[in-house]
Design a protein around this ligand. Structure first.
Ligand code: E4P
Length: 216
C-alpha cells in the first residue's frame, strides 16, 4: 500500500519524507489556500522534494477549462497528476487527458457508480472521500470496498486512493481491503507509528540498562 501526504505545506512534506513514508502527495484548492503560497510555486517545490505522483486540482467546471488548466499543470513536472472533480464535464476531460497520456486523479467521489464511470473514462486514480461520508453517517470504507470489488471484477487499471482519511482506523481498513493508496494528513501518518506499550517498553528497557551499567 502506498502512502501519500494530503497537504500543500512543504515543511510537513519534508518531515514525512524524513520518515521514508511518502510515496506521493495530494493537494486540493483548500490545502493550497492554507499554504498561503502561489499554486505553481508550491507545486514546483513539492515536485523537487517528492519523487512520486503529485496531484494538482483544476478549478474550472467546464471540460474546455479543465483541459486548458490541466495541460498547463502537466507541463510543470512529469510527476504531476491532474485532479479533476467527478462531474460530467470532469469525466469528459478525464477521457481526453487519458488519450493525451496525462495522468488524472478523479476526486470528490462519493458513490461506487461514480467510481465506475471514472474508471471507464480512463482515470489513473479515483479518490473516494471516506471521512466526509463518515461525517454524514454513511460508511466511507464500505464505499471503498464496493469500488475495489467492481474494479477487480472488470480488471480496471484505475488505482484507488482512499482520501479524506481522518484517523488510523481508516488506514487499517484500507490496508486490509487492499486499497492501492491512502492519502492522509501528516498527523495521521505520525499516529500510525505510535503505541503506548512501545513507549512504556522502551522507557523500561532504558531504565533497566542504565541500572545494570551502574552495578558494574
Ligand atoms: C485528497 O485528495 C482530498 O482532497 C482530501 O483527502 C480531502 O480531505 P478532507 O475531507 O479532510 O478535506
Amino acid at each position: 500500500m502506498k502512502f501519500f501526504l494530503d497537504t500543500a505545506l512543504v515543511d510537513e512534506i519534508r518531515e514525512g519524507v524524513s520518515y521514508g513514508l511518502v510515496d506521493g502527495v495530494t493537494t486540493n484548492p483548500t490545502l493550497v489556500a492554507k499554504s498561503g503560497r502561489p499554486f505553481t510555486e508550491v507545486l514546483k517545490e513539492i515536485c523537487a522534494i517528492v519523487d512520486g505522483p503529485i496531484s494538482a486540482e483544476v478549478v474550472s467546471t467546464d471540460c474546455e477549462g479543465m483541459l486548458r488548466e490541466g495541460r498547463e499543470l502537466a507541463k510543470i513536472h512529469d510527476n504531476i497528476v491532474v485532479k479533476v472533480p467527478l462531474i460530467a464535464e470532469g469525466l469528459k476531460a478525464t477521457r481526453v487527458f487519458a488519450s493525451e497520456g496525462i495522468a488524472t486523479n478523479v476526486t470528490l467521489c462519493f458513490s461506487a457508480t461514480q467510481a465506475l464511470l471514472a474508471a471507464k473514462a480512463g482515470a489513473t486514480y479515483i479518490s473516494p472521500f471516506v471521512g466526509r461520508l463518515d461525517d454524514i453517517s454513511a460508511s466511507g470504507m464500505e464505499l471503498v470496498e464496493q469500488i475495489l470489488d467492481i474494479y477487480e471484477a472488470y480488471d480496471f487499471s484505475t488505482e484507488v486512493i482512499v482520501a479524506s482519511i481522518r484517523n488510523p482506523l481508516h488506514v487499517l481498513d484500507a490496508a486490509r481491503m487492499g486499497a492501492h493508496i491512502g492519502t492522509m494528513p501528516l498527523s495521521v501518518m505520525k499516529q500510525l507509528m505510535k503505541h503506548p506499550l512501545t513507549d512504556i517498553g522502551l522507557a523500561n528497557f532504558l531504565k533497566d540498562w542504565e541500572a545494570s551499567q551502574k552495578k558494574g
